[in-house]
Ligand binder design. Structure first.
Ligand code: CP
Length: 308
């Protein structure tokens, strides 16, 4: 059986069966990545456009790598070097790209809802690589894959997501996806960086760090999105670091086998001390490796794999 969804626009509403299929398939692709020649012919003849209107290192490179590992043909679009700079609107851009006979589009955009909008303009499969403050579904999938590989399960674990929740599409996708998978998620940050309508996320939200960390199996720090702050959201970077940043002292009060995660890029010395980011509890680089396998899985399954 394949996926019940045609596009991956977010994890809100995606079923436990679909998430499990993506994670199981990603585990198989993780083994492919260990081979001497880590390439399979699965998407030979398919063209995937990576449409990035916002900066990215991990997501962009791992999607391109995943496409190459599946033998698809990646085409990279960067808004900064495109005709967007001559005033072309998004609808015209996608219509022109579609006319070149492409099959799938991976899109990152600063506006929430752009992936959905593209499904209304093209017949291509759309994969959301991050839209505004809305969702970043493949990040949440790779986070769950990393946790499952390290701890052997998802159901019943406690995951504390700490930091700039308000601006975080990673927190939103993880809240929805992890809840579906039976994880007890708690979101924590300064009151000014918590979402106003947090009840729609369906998970507890608190500004009390001790409460959030109590009994956590996994602690995920989020980047303080300095470029998106309005003034007055927190008194100073130093106070934010002291209250909500994870350092060795706070780590020493967590369980022996706790996992430390971060989606990247890290503000070292703000939300996460360098010696914790690089320490033995950190699985940050495992997250990046799982990212390639998860993106291979999503591309494969949405490209028709698993339907036979
Ligand atoms: N985690 C993440 O989305 O990183 P990039 O912005 O570098 O893609």
């Amino acid at each position: 059986m394949g996926l019940s969804i045609q596009h991956l626009l977010g994890l809100d509403g995606v079923s436990r069966e679909d998430i499990t299929l993506i994670l199981d398939t990603a585990d198989s692709f993780h083994e492919v990545l260990e081979r001497e020649i880590p390439v399979v012919p699965t998407l030979r003849g398919k063209t995937v456009v990576n449409l990035f209107y916002e900066n990215s290192t991990r997501t962009r490179i791992s999607f391109e790598l995943a496409e190459k590992r599946l033998s698809a043909g990646p085409i990279n679009f960067s808004s900064s070097t495109s005709s967007v700079n001559k005033g072309e609107i998004l609808r015209d851009t996608i219509k022109n790209i579609e006319a070149m006979k492409i099959h799938m589009v991976v899109v990152r955009h600063g506006a929430a809802g752009v992936p959905y909008f593209l499904t209304q303009c093209t017949k291509a499969v759309i994969i959301n690589a991050g839209d505004g403050l809305h969702e970043h579904p493949t990040q949440a999938l790779l986070d769950m894959m990393t946790i499952r590989r390290k701890l052997g399960r998802l159901e019943g674990l406690k995951v504390a997501i700490i930091g700039d929740i308000f601006h975080s599409r990673v927190a939103r996708s993880n809240a929805w996806g992890m809840k579906t998978m039976g994880i007890n998620v708690v979101l924590c940050g300064p009151p000014t960086l918590l979402p106003q309508h947090s009840e729609s996320l369906g998970v507890p939200v608190t500004d009390n760090l001790e409460e959030a960390l109590d009994g956590a199996n996994v602690v995920m720090l989020l980047r303080l999105q300095l470029e998106r702050q309005s003034s007055g959201t927190f008194p100073s970077i130093r106070e934010y670091r002291d209250r909500y940043g994870l350092d060795l002292d706070k780590l020493s009060r967590l369980p022996e086998d706790v996992l430390i995660m971060h989606p990247g890029p890290i503000n070292r010395g703000i939300e996460l001390a360098s010696n914790v980011a690089d320490g033995s509890h950190s699985v940050i680089l495992d997250q990046v490796t799982c990212g390639v396998a998860v993106r291979m899985s999503v591309l494969y399954l949405l490209g028709g794999g698993g339907n036979d």
